[in-house]
Design a protein around this ligand. Structure first.
Ligand SMILES: *[C@@H]1O[C@H](CO)[C@@H](O)[C@H](O)[C@H]1NC(C)=O
Ligand SMILES: *[C@@H]1O[C@H](CO)[C@@H](O)[C@H](O)[C@H]1NC(C)=O
Length: 322
Protein backbone atom coordinates (compact mmCIF):
# COMPACT_ATOMS: atom_id res chain seq x y z
CA UNK A 1 0.00 0.00 0.00
CA UNK A 2 2.65 2.45 1.06
CA UNK A 3 4.75 1.80 -2.03
CA UNK A 4 1.75 2.25 -4.26
CA UNK A 5 0.80 5.50 -2.55
CA UNK A 6 4.37 6.81 -2.89
CA UNK A 7 4.52 5.90 -6.54
CA UNK A 8 1.22 7.66 -7.04
CA UNK A 9 2.52 10.78 -5.27
CA UNK A 10 5.73 10.71 -7.30
CA UNK A 11 3.77 10.41 -10.50
CA UNK A 12 1.59 13.45 -9.80
CA UNK A 13 4.23 15.66 -8.18
CA UNK A 14 5.90 16.80 -11.42
CA UNK A 15 2.56 17.93 -12.81
CA UNK A 16 1.53 19.96 -9.77
CA UNK A 17 4.95 21.66 -9.45
CA UNK A 18 5.39 22.58 -13.12
CA UNK A 19 6.47 26.18 -13.73
CA UNK A 20 4.21 28.41 -15.83
CA UNK A 21 4.89 27.71 -19.49
CA UNK A 22 4.92 31.40 -20.47
CA UNK A 23 8.18 32.17 -18.65
CA UNK A 24 11.15 32.85 -20.89
CA UNK A 25 14.82 33.19 -20.04
CA UNK A 26 14.83 36.98 -19.82
CA UNK A 27 14.82 37.04 -16.01
CA UNK A 28 17.15 34.07 -15.73
CA UNK A 29 20.34 36.11 -16.12
CA UNK A 30 23.05 35.68 -18.74
CA UNK A 31 23.00 32.45 -20.74
CA UNK A 32 26.69 32.79 -21.70
CA UNK A 33 28.79 34.11 -18.83
CA UNK A 34 32.10 34.50 -20.70
CA UNK A 35 32.78 37.47 -22.98
CA UNK A 36 30.41 37.02 -25.95
CA UNK A 37 29.74 40.53 -27.34
CA UNK A 38 27.45 41.60 -30.19
CA UNK A 39 25.66 38.25 -30.46
CA UNK A 40 23.57 37.02 -33.37
CA UNK A 41 21.76 33.71 -33.80
CA UNK A 42 20.13 31.38 -36.30
CA UNK A 43 18.07 28.20 -35.94
CA UNK A 44 19.04 25.36 -38.26
CA UNK A 45 17.33 22.00 -37.98
CA UNK A 46 16.01 22.76 -34.51
CA UNK A 47 19.43 23.73 -33.11
CA UNK A 48 20.29 27.34 -32.23
CA UNK A 49 23.70 28.71 -33.22
CA UNK A 50 24.97 31.99 -31.77
CA UNK A 51 27.94 33.94 -33.12
CA UNK A 52 29.88 36.74 -31.43
CA UNK A 53 32.71 39.23 -31.70
CA UNK A 54 36.29 37.97 -31.35
CA UNK A 55 37.40 37.01 -27.85
CA UNK A 56 41.07 36.94 -28.83
CA UNK A 57 41.14 33.16 -29.33
CA UNK A 58 38.58 32.95 -32.15
CA UNK A 59 37.84 35.56 -34.82
CA UNK A 60 34.16 34.59 -34.65
CA UNK A 61 32.96 32.73 -31.55
CA UNK A 62 30.22 30.07 -31.78
CA UNK A 63 27.82 28.70 -29.17
CA UNK A 64 25.00 26.18 -29.66
CA UNK A 65 21.76 25.48 -27.84
CA UNK A 66 18.98 22.90 -28.18
CA UNK A 67 16.37 25.16 -26.53
CA UNK A 68 17.57 28.84 -26.63
CA UNK A 69 18.18 28.72 -22.86
CA UNK A 70 21.12 26.36 -22.30
CA UNK A 71 24.16 27.33 -24.37
CA UNK A 72 27.53 25.67 -24.94
CA UNK A 73 30.59 27.37 -26.44
CA UNK A 74 32.03 25.20 -29.19
CA UNK A 75 35.53 26.68 -28.90
CA UNK A 76 35.85 26.57 -32.69
CA UNK A 77 36.30 29.58 -34.99
CA UNK A 78 33.68 30.25 -37.69
CA UNK A 79 36.20 32.43 -39.57
CA UNK A 80 39.69 30.98 -39.01
CA UNK A 81 41.22 32.90 -41.95
CA UNK A 82 40.70 36.65 -42.33
CA UNK A 83 40.61 38.18 -45.82
CA UNK A 84 43.57 40.08 -47.30
CA UNK A 85 41.78 43.46 -46.97
CA UNK A 86 41.78 43.07 -43.18
CA UNK A 87 44.23 42.84 -40.30
CA UNK A 88 41.74 41.20 -37.89
CA UNK A 89 39.70 42.57 -34.95
CA UNK A 90 36.59 40.76 -36.21
CA UNK A 91 33.39 42.23 -34.76
CA UNK A 92 29.64 41.70 -34.76
CA UNK A 93 29.06 38.67 -37.01
CA UNK A 94 25.69 37.60 -38.38
CA UNK A 95 24.74 34.40 -40.23
CA UNK A 96 21.91 33.79 -42.72
CA UNK A 97 20.86 30.67 -44.61
CA UNK A 98 20.21 31.01 -48.35
CA UNK A 99 17.46 29.30 -50.34
CA UNK A 100 19.99 26.71 -51.59
CA UNK A 101 20.73 25.70 -47.98
CA UNK A 102 24.20 27.27 -47.80
CA UNK A 103 25.22 29.98 -45.32
CA UNK A 104 26.60 33.52 -45.44
CA UNK A 105 28.55 35.07 -42.57
CA UNK A 106 28.59 38.88 -42.44
CA UNK A 107 31.20 40.49 -40.21
CA UNK A 108 33.20 43.67 -39.62
CA UNK A 109 37.00 43.61 -39.51
CA UNK A 110 39.83 46.14 -39.34
CA UNK A 111 40.87 47.58 -42.70
CA UNK A 112 44.46 46.98 -43.79
CA UNK A 113 44.36 50.48 -45.35
CA UNK A 114 43.71 52.04 -41.93
CA UNK A 115 43.70 49.56 -39.05
CA UNK A 116 41.75 51.93 -36.78
CA UNK A 117 38.76 51.71 -39.12
CA UNK A 118 36.56 48.70 -39.93
CA UNK A 119 34.91 47.44 -43.10
CA UNK A 120 32.09 44.94 -43.62
CA UNK A 121 32.99 41.60 -45.21
CA UNK A 122 31.19 38.46 -46.33
CA UNK A 123 32.13 34.79 -46.10
CA UNK A 124 30.38 31.62 -47.22
CA UNK A 125 30.12 28.00 -46.10
CA UNK A 126 28.01 24.92 -46.75
CA UNK A 127 27.87 24.29 -42.97
CA UNK A 128 26.37 26.67 -40.41
CA UNK A 129 29.39 26.44 -38.10
CA UNK A 130 31.80 26.96 -41.00
CA UNK A 131 34.65 27.25 -41.49
CA UNK A 132 33.55 30.20 -43.63
CA UNK A 133 35.64 31.34 -46.59
CA UNK A 134 35.84 35.13 -46.79
CA UNK A 135 35.55 37.14 -49.99
CA UNK A 136 38.74 39.02 -50.83
CA UNK A 137 36.65 42.08 -51.63
CA UNK A 138 35.13 44.07 -48.75
CA UNK A 139 31.35 44.37 -48.97
CA UNK A 140 31.17 47.94 -47.61
CA UNK A 141 34.21 50.05 -46.84
CA UNK A 142 33.47 53.82 -46.74
CA UNK A 143 36.75 54.77 -45.02
CA UNK A 144 36.33 58.51 -45.53
CA UNK A 145 33.05 58.28 -43.57
CA UNK A 146 34.62 56.19 -40.78
CA UNK A 147 34.24 52.69 -42.27
CA UNK A 148 31.36 50.27 -41.72
CA UNK A 149 30.44 47.80 -38.94
CA UNK A 150 27.55 45.74 -37.51
CA UNK A 151 26.18 43.96 -40.62
CA UNK A 152 23.02 41.85 -40.45
CA UNK A 153 21.17 39.96 -43.15
CA UNK A 154 17.45 40.28 -43.90
CA UNK A 155 15.12 38.34 -46.21
CA UNK A 156 11.96 40.19 -47.30
CA UNK A 157 8.61 38.43 -47.80
CA UNK A 158 9.09 38.44 -51.60
CA UNK A 159 12.46 36.69 -51.21
CA UNK A 160 14.56 39.81 -51.81
CA UNK A 161 17.71 39.80 -49.69
CA UNK A 162 19.30 42.77 -47.93
CA UNK A 163 22.15 43.62 -45.59
CA UNK A 164 21.83 46.40 -43.01
CA UNK A 165 24.96 47.91 -41.46
CA UNK A 166 26.25 51.03 -39.71
CA UNK A 167 28.54 53.65 -41.21
CA UNK A 168 30.99 54.06 -38.33
CA UNK A 169 31.21 57.86 -38.44
CA UNK A 170 32.09 58.24 -34.76
CA UNK A 171 35.35 56.36 -35.34
CA UNK A 172 36.64 59.45 -37.17
CA UNK A 173 37.36 60.59 -33.63
CA UNK A 174 35.89 63.90 -32.48
CA UNK A 175 36.35 63.28 -28.73
CA UNK A 176 33.84 62.52 -25.99
CA UNK A 177 31.79 59.30 -25.72
CA UNK A 178 32.72 56.96 -28.59
CA UNK A 179 34.52 59.85 -30.27
CA UNK A 180 31.35 61.74 -31.13
CA UNK A 181 30.43 63.67 -27.99
CA UNK A 182 29.41 66.76 -29.92
CA UNK A 183 27.45 64.75 -32.47
CA UNK A 184 29.31 66.23 -35.41
CA UNK A 185 29.55 62.90 -37.25
CA UNK A 186 26.69 61.06 -38.88
CA UNK A 187 26.38 57.32 -38.06
CA UNK A 188 23.76 56.22 -40.60
CA UNK A 189 22.21 52.75 -40.76
CA UNK A 190 22.36 51.59 -44.39
CA UNK A 191 20.22 49.14 -46.36
CA UNK A 192 21.97 47.33 -49.23
CA UNK A 193 20.13 44.93 -51.53
CA UNK A 194 21.98 41.75 -52.48
CA UNK A 195 21.46 39.01 -55.06
CA UNK A 196 20.28 35.50 -54.16
CA UNK A 197 23.92 34.64 -53.29
CA UNK A 198 23.65 37.00 -50.29
CA UNK A 199 26.91 38.75 -51.14
CA UNK A 200 26.68 40.51 -54.55
CA UNK A 201 25.32 44.06 -54.10
CA UNK A 202 22.28 45.16 -56.12
CA UNK A 203 22.39 48.92 -56.75
CA UNK A 204 23.71 51.24 -54.07
CA UNK A 205 23.11 51.34 -50.32
CA UNK A 206 20.37 53.62 -48.99
CA UNK A 207 20.31 55.35 -45.60
CA UNK A 208 17.33 54.24 -43.49
CA UNK A 209 18.17 55.72 -40.05
CA UNK A 210 20.63 58.08 -38.37
CA UNK A 211 21.44 59.35 -34.91
CA UNK A 212 19.70 62.37 -33.46
CA UNK A 213 20.19 64.21 -30.17
CA UNK A 214 18.30 61.54 -28.21
CA UNK A 215 20.71 58.83 -29.40
CA UNK A 216 23.86 60.45 -28.03
CA UNK A 217 26.96 59.87 -30.17
CA UNK A 218 25.57 57.13 -32.41
CA UNK A 219 23.09 54.53 -33.55
CA UNK A 220 24.46 51.10 -34.44
CA UNK A 221 23.90 47.32 -34.37
CA UNK A 222 20.87 47.15 -36.71
CA UNK A 223 18.72 44.01 -36.84
CA UNK A 224 15.74 43.98 -39.19
CA UNK A 225 12.65 41.73 -39.06
CA UNK A 226 9.27 41.76 -40.81
CA UNK A 227 6.18 40.84 -38.78
CA UNK A 228 2.62 41.11 -40.14
CA UNK A 229 3.56 43.69 -42.77
CA UNK A 230 5.55 45.97 -40.45
CA UNK A 231 9.35 46.26 -40.60
CA UNK A 232 11.02 46.46 -37.19
CA UNK A 233 14.55 47.85 -37.20
CA UNK A 234 16.21 47.17 -33.86
CA UNK A 235 19.29 49.23 -33.01
CA UNK A 236 21.43 50.48 -30.13
CA UNK A 237 21.94 54.11 -29.13
CA UNK A 238 24.73 55.77 -27.12
CA UNK A 239 28.29 54.49 -26.51
CA UNK A 240 28.71 50.78 -25.78
CA UNK A 241 31.02 51.44 -22.81
CA UNK A 242 28.59 53.74 -20.99
CA UNK A 243 25.49 53.01 -18.94
CA UNK A 244 23.27 54.76 -21.50
CA UNK A 245 23.89 52.06 -24.12
CA UNK A 246 20.51 50.53 -24.91
CA UNK A 247 18.35 48.60 -27.34
CA UNK A 248 15.66 50.46 -29.24
CA UNK A 249 13.69 50.02 -32.44
CA UNK A 250 12.05 51.90 -35.28
CA UNK A 251 9.19 50.79 -37.52
CA UNK A 252 8.24 51.25 -41.16
CA UNK A 253 5.61 50.06 -43.63
CA UNK A 254 8.21 49.55 -46.39
CA UNK A 255 11.67 48.00 -46.19
CA UNK A 256 13.27 51.24 -47.40
CA UNK A 257 11.46 53.31 -44.78
CA UNK A 258 10.72 55.90 -43.62
CA UNK A 259 11.48 54.40 -40.21
CA UNK A 260 9.96 56.05 -37.12
CA UNK A 261 11.82 55.54 -33.83
CA UNK A 262 9.88 54.21 -30.84
CA UNK A 263 9.26 56.82 -28.15
CA UNK A 264 11.37 54.96 -25.57
CA UNK A 265 14.02 52.23 -25.66
CA UNK A 266 13.16 48.57 -25.15
CA UNK A 267 16.14 47.65 -22.96
CA UNK A 268 18.04 50.03 -20.67
CA UNK A 269 20.51 49.76 -17.80
CA UNK A 270 18.65 48.81 -14.63
CA UNK A 271 16.03 46.88 -16.57
CA UNK A 272 14.91 43.36 -15.68
CA UNK A 273 14.86 44.14 -11.99
CA UNK A 274 18.18 45.95 -12.01
CA UNK A 275 20.08 43.12 -13.69
CA UNK A 276 20.88 44.80 -17.01
CA UNK A 277 23.99 46.90 -17.61
CA UNK A 278 24.30 48.66 -20.99
CA UNK A 279 22.03 46.09 -22.71
CA UNK A 280 22.57 46.34 -26.45
CA UNK A 281 23.69 44.98 -29.77
CA UNK A 282 20.54 42.88 -30.03
CA UNK A 283 19.64 40.46 -32.80
CA UNK A 284 16.03 39.44 -33.35
CA UNK A 285 15.21 36.17 -35.08
CA UNK A 286 12.71 35.34 -37.79
CA UNK A 287 9.15 36.02 -36.72
CA UNK A 288 10.21 38.56 -34.10
CA UNK A 289 9.74 36.16 -31.17
CA UNK A 290 13.28 35.69 -29.88
CA UNK A 291 16.10 38.10 -29.13
CA UNK A 292 19.73 37.82 -28.06
CA UNK A 293 21.72 40.79 -26.75
CA UNK A 294 24.68 41.47 -24.52
CA UNK A 295 24.77 43.06 -21.07
CA UNK A 296 27.87 43.98 -19.07
CA UNK A 297 28.61 41.65 -16.14
CA UNK A 298 29.64 44.70 -14.08
CA UNK A 299 27.96 48.08 -14.53
CA UNK A 300 30.16 50.45 -16.49
CA UNK A 301 32.76 47.81 -17.46
CA UNK A 302 32.34 46.60 -21.05
CA UNK A 303 35.27 44.18 -20.92
CA UNK A 304 32.92 41.31 -19.99
CA UNK A 305 29.80 41.42 -22.17
CA UNK A 306 27.58 38.40 -21.54
CA UNK A 307 24.86 37.04 -23.81
CA UNK A 308 21.24 37.16 -22.66
CA UNK A 309 18.12 35.88 -24.36
CA UNK A 310 14.59 37.23 -24.27
CA UNK A 311 11.26 36.12 -25.59
CA UNK A 312 9.66 39.14 -27.24
CA UNK A 313 6.27 40.00 -28.61
CA UNK A 314 6.09 42.12 -31.74
CA UNK A 315 2.66 43.39 -32.71
CA UNK A 316 1.04 46.50 -34.20
CA UNK A 317 4.28 48.46 -34.31
CA UNK A 318 5.05 47.83 -30.62
CA UNK A 319 7.64 45.47 -29.10
CA UNK A 320 7.18 43.95 -25.63
CA UNK A 321 8.28 40.83 -23.79
CA UNK A 322 6.55 37.48 -23.84
C1 LIG B 1 43.01 56.38 -39.87
O1 LIG B 1 41.77 57.02 -39.67
C2 LIG B 1 41.74 57.90 -38.57
C3 LIG B 1 40.32 58.40 -38.43
O2 LIG B 1 39.95 59.09 -39.59
C4 LIG B 1 42.74 59.02 -38.79
O3 LIG B 1 42.76 59.86 -37.65
C5 LIG B 1 44.12 58.43 -39.00
O4 LIG B 1 45.01 59.46 -39.34
C6 LIG B 1 44.07 57.42 -40.12
N1 LIG B 1 45.37 56.76 -40.21
C7 LIG B 1 45.98 56.59 -41.38
C8 LIG B 1 47.28 55.85 -41.28
O5 LIG B 1 45.55 57.02 -42.43
C1 LIG C 1 36.74 45.35 -15.89
O1 LIG C 1 36.53 43.95 -15.81
C2 LIG C 1 37.70 43.18 -16.10
C3 LIG C 1 37.30 41.73 -16.04
O2 LIG C 1 36.27 41.46 -16.91
C4 LIG C 1 38.79 43.49 -15.13
O3 LIG C 1 39.95 42.78 -15.51
C5 LIG C 1 39.08 44.98 -15.14
O4 LIG C 1 39.99 45.27 -14.11
C6 LIG C 1 37.80 45.78 -14.91
N1 LIG C 1 38.07 47.20 -15.05
C7 LIG C 1 37.80 48.07 -14.09
C8 LIG C 1 38.12 49.48 -14.41
O5 LIG C 1 37.26 47.74 -13.05
Amino acid sequence: MFTQALLFLLSITPLSSQAPLTKRAFSNGPVITSNFPDPAFINVGGIYYAFATSNGDQNVQIATSPDFDTWTLTGSDALPTIPSWSTGKVWAPDVVQLADGSFVLYFAAASSTNTSLHCVGTATSSAVQGPYTASDTAFACPLTQGGAIDPAGFADSDGSLYVVYKVDGNSLGGGGPCGNGDGSYSTPIMLQGVEADGVTPVGTAAQILDRDAGDGPLVEAPSLVLVSGTYYLFFSSNCYNGLEYDTSYATAAAVGGPYVKASSPLLVSGGDGGALNSPGSATVGLGGAQMVFHSDAVAGNASLRQMWTAGIKVSGGVVGFS
